[in-house]
Design a protein around this ligand. Structure first.
Ligand code: BES
Ligand code: ZN
Length: 906
């Protein structure tokens, strides 16, 4: 178990490890909370009146309320002054009656709240962020998700500065107060009819305007939907509102879950630690996931907005009505809700090919972010056993792997069976705080005959065992017996604290391709007749053998179709087999995967070769020809082609290697890009010309796909120009940049110039900044593009230092800090991992600097060196030294301390 140095947290308290096994129910229940806020940036007064009662199920004990950075002015029990004591930052009350009223009066300073947890100020408006443990920064409370209370909230503020006053639930009263020193003051009173945990509390106050939409549900109930933004941003709210309406309709249609709130609000803020937050009836969003019009947002932004709006809305049922018993159960709401938002986006796609594209994109995130996490110092099970700072556990494992675990349940019980399981889950648990076990049990119980129900205890190892399983497959064809035998063996490497892993339940979609590329009918040895051409086998043993009969010639197996489980599949394919799959597989996921395997193989060969500098032509004719035929294939759509032609990322390649030299990986991948650019130059021209849209801008999958492929073509044409000396395409690209009718085309043209290192990039960047100087989200793109540009002779770090001196740069705004610093440290490996260690020194300086401002943002950045132990020298020692430098700093937040301590233990 991780040992933390003492006397760390805020310089006083030891940073304690919280263990899942230590869960005990709260000693008191809080039934009602009445909050009154006098909002003032410098000193906000908070009067909190609660009704509490002792929990008879646990031994009598003092009441210990969580609190953080609060100024306590008064505590009354049943209206009387009372004695109390402090235990660290907790407020402790002894000798309480069984039922009582507790009144606590505190003040806070929102203007100085740079952590953006609790109540803070952004652009002169007030916002809150309470998940996971921010409510304790607003008032003393039992700040844990299993304490669910009814809230009423009064907000009082200057009317001119804060005309809009919002909180959860329904607005029951509003009016004027006596004038304050700055002029008229007003109030609003909100009552939330539903009980909720404190992490779902929210308030917003400021100068905001809203887009409003009334809808009638299937049951005939009226609802008001609102999207609040700063004045001037209303023309960027249509897409968010449409996404919200689609979300409401989808949850009702797919899962029978209606909107049951009279009023559902989304508010955008430009200072936000995360993407968005599902506060009851009052979702608060990072502007990045709300604001869009065709001039400022790309197709990717549009689709992100759709899924984030969906995600937070879907939490209304999966997270809010049924919540988590404790934070170890976080994936109960996050994994399930990510699964739901993925399904939502797929269902909105319509076309099967667009659904497949979405699936490939989701798997790409899982494999480039979650697989490395599961193999590194922060590896943890989907339901962790311990943590020091819960904010560090909002991870890709909880989210994306958690979503895959839910997806496997759906695969095991079928789509209809899964929907019945959800219905049973709500019948059993609506209104309560439950565990991952409760969820899995409900899905299994609703499907008594299913593999899930039969294998439930073993299936739940997905919740308890960390690490990515590997499935090693081998095929043997017996021509005489006309059989094809597939042996599938699973294993999982040890992770910290889990030296031995038990076998998982692994659903594996598979099919066999014949010589003509068609799927073969599948018949196993014990079956009377062939049935279907694709099926899902469920692995439960360390090794299993499947014998297919009546197979006339050696087939090419297509294994793990649709990526049915979050595992690494190993199969010793020949190039010919992969080319066959790439040309013919009826499963689009595996078709794409075959192309990726071909590219990975070629990259690894060049990376491992002794030649220095790297081979200028890592690709062979067969690969180039295969890519050419994909580009011209009449039956494949543009979005899919773009995915196939995108080489595996440097991060993904690094994960395939035992020892990582980021410079060499970059050099090889760049050589591959360059080679494709030149070898396919004529093809790229044709692709560019044939993928132009002239009509109105619509961010649907088909036209987004065409824009993505045309953008890739431009980027390849500019790259080719750098060696051929061509001036036509860079010129056309600059023209396209100037004339573009939407941000996607404009930004793709700009990126093509920047990423090829063309001299025209400088003037385009200057123009872009001038055009969008008042659009913060576009300026974030401008910073990010420069921080992510391919490194040429170490030029990026000085450029990044220069960007930090730009008048538009700010370390306090998380979006801006991330656009420069996180992009450089986490999305530009060859620029970051420098042989002179300057990238690491920069990283450690920024982590320490940010830690004093915003520990959550700092701790995320701190993870940039998670995989240091895989690095080749001289990177490895230098990286370790940089981590140790951060860990040695006094007064480090427990957020950052946990990350760097775990990294050093790796
Ligand atoms: N509940 C989270 C927001 C959150 C995360 C609050 C971490 C506190 C700490 C929200 O539902 C969420 O998951 N947001 C994601 C986006 C989502 C689409 C995956 C985010 O903010 O990144
Ligand atoms: Zn979420």
């Amino acid at each position: 178990m991780l040992q933390m140095p003492d006397d760390r947290e805020n310089g006083q308290m030891p940073a304690a490890v919280i263990n899942r096994a230590d869960y005990v129910a709260p000693a008191y229940w809080i039934d009602t909370v009445d909050l009154c806020f006098d909002l003032d940036p410098a000193k906000t007064r908070v009067l909190n009146r609660m009704k509490l009662r002792r929990n008879p199920d646990v031994p009598a004990q003092p009441l210990k309320l969580d609190g953080e950075e609060l100024n306590l002015a008064r505590v009354l029990v049943n209206g009387q002054g009372t004695s109390f004591r402090m235990e660290g930052s907790r407020l402790v009350l002894d000798n309480l009656p069984d039922d009582f009223e507790l009144e606590i009066f505190t003040t806070t300073c929102p203007a100085k709240n740079t952590k953006l947890m609790g109540l803070y100020v952004s652009n002169d408006s007030f916002f809150t962020q309470c998940e996971a443990e921010g409510f304790r920064r607003i008032t003393y409370f039992l700040d844990r998700p299993d304490v669910m209370a009814s809230y009423s909230v009064t907000l009082r503020a200057d009317k001119a500065l804060y005309p809009v006053l919002l909180s959860n639930g329904n607005l029951v009263e509003q009016g004027m107060l006596e004038d304050g020193t700055n002029g008229p003051r007003h109030f609003a009173r909100w009552v939330d009819p539903h009980k909720k945990p404190s992490y779902l509390f929210a308030l917003v106050a400021g100068q905001l305007v809203s887009r409003e939409q009334r809808i009638t549900s299937r049951a005939g109930k009226e609802h008001t939907l609102q999207v609040y933004v700063r004045p001037g941003d209303l023309d960027k709210t249509e897409h968010a509102m449409n996404s919200l309406m689609h979300s409401v309709a989808w949850d009702e249609a797919r899962f029978g879950l209606p909107l049951d709130l009279e009023r559902f609000m989304i508010v955008a803020t430009s200072d936000f630690n995360m993407g968005a937050m599902e506060n009851k009836g009052l979702n608060i969003f990072n502007t990045k996931y709300v604001l869009a019009n065709q001039a400022t947002a790309t197709d990717t932004d549009y689709s992100n907005i759709e899924s984030v709006v969906g995600h937070e809305y879907f939490h209304h049922w999966t997270g809010n009505r049924i919540t988590c018993r404790d934070w170890f159960q976080l994936s109960l709401k996050e994994g399930l809700t990510v699964f739901r938002d993925q399904e939502f986006s797929q269902d909105l796609c319509g076309e099967a090919s667009a659904r497949a594209v979405k699936r490939i994109e989701d798997v790409r995130v899982l494999r480039t972010a979650q697989f490395p996490e599961d193999a590194g110092p922060m590896a943890h099970p989907v339901r962790p056993d311990s943590y020091i700072e819960i904010s560090n556990f909002y991870t890709v494992t909880i989210y994306e792997k958690g979503a895959e675990v839910v997806r496997m349940m759906q695969t095991l019980v079928g789509r209809k069976g899964f929907a019945s399981g959800m219905t049973l889950y709500f019948e059993r648990h609506d209104g309560s705080a439950v565990t991952c076990d409760d969820f899995a049990q409900a899905i299994a119980d609703a499907n008594p005959g299913s593999d899930l129900s039969r294998l439930l205890p073993q299936f739940k190892r997905w919740y308890s065992q960390a690490g990515t399983p590997r499935v090693h497959a081998q095929g043997v064809y017996d021509a005489a017996a006309r059989t094809y035998t597939l042996t599938l063996a699973q294993s999982c490497a040890p992770t910290a604290g889990q030296p031995v892993k038990e076998p998982f339940v692994i659903p594996v979609g598979l099919g066999l391709l014949g010589a003509d590329g068609a799927d073969l009918p599948l018949q196993l040895a014990h079956e009377a007749a062939a049935a279907g051409t694709s099926r899902t086998v469920v692995l439960t043993q360390a090794s299993e053998t499947l014998t297919f009969v009546n197979v006339d010639a050696e087939p090419v197996p297509s294994i793990l179709r649709g990526f049915t489980a979050p595992v690494v599949l190993e199969f010793d394919y020949t190039d010919a087999q992969l080319l066959h799959l790439l040309a013919h597989d009826s499963d689009p996921f595996n078709r794409w995967e075959a192309g990726q395997r071909l590219a990975v193989r070629r990259a690894i060969k060049s990376i491992a070769a002794v030649a220095y500098p790297v081979d200028a032509a890592p690709l062979d004719d067969a690969y180039v020809a295969a890519m050419r035929s994909v580009l011209h294939h009449p039956g494949l759509d543009a979005a899919f082609k773009e995915l196939v032609l995108t080489l595996p990322s440097e991060i993904y390649l690094a994960e395939q290697l035992d020892v990582v030299d980021p410079q060499r990986i970059h050099a090889v991948r760049e050589a591959m890009r360059q080679q494709l650019a030149v070898a396919l130059a004529g093809d790229w021209q044709q692709v560019y010309e044939t993928n132009q849209d002239t009509g109105a801008y619509i961010p649907d999958p088909a036209s987004s796909g065409r824009r993505a492929l045309a953008g890739m073509a431009l980027s390849q044409l500019c790259l080719a120009a750098m060696t051929t000396g061509d001036t036509v395409w860079p010129g056309k690209t600059l023209q396209r940049f100037k004339d573009a009718g939407n941000m996607t085309d404009r930004f793709n043209a700009l990126s093509a110039l920047v990423s090829s290192g063309h001299p025209l990039a400088a003037q385009a960047l200057t123009k872009f900044h001038a055009m969008f100087k008042d659009e913060a989200l576009v300026i974030d793109k401008w910073f990010g593009l420069q921080a992510s540009a391919p490194d040429r002779g170490g030029n990026i770090l000085p450029a990044v230092r220069q960007l930090m001196k730009h008048p538009d740069f700010s370390l306090r705004n998380p979006n801006r800090a991330r656009s420069v610093i996180s992009t450089y440290c986490q999305a530009n490996p060859a620029a970051f991992h420098r042989t002179d260690a300057a990238g690491y020194v920069f990283w450690s300086d920024r982590v320490m600097e940010l830690d004093a401002i915003n520990p959550q943002v700092a701790a995320r950045l701190a993870r940039a060196l998670d995989r240091w132990s895989k690095l080749a020298e001289p990177y490895r020692s230098a990286a370790r030294e940089a981590i140790a430098r951060v860990a040695a700093k006094t007064d480090l937040s427990k957020d950052t301390l946990e990350v760097v301590t775990r990294a050093l233990a790796d």
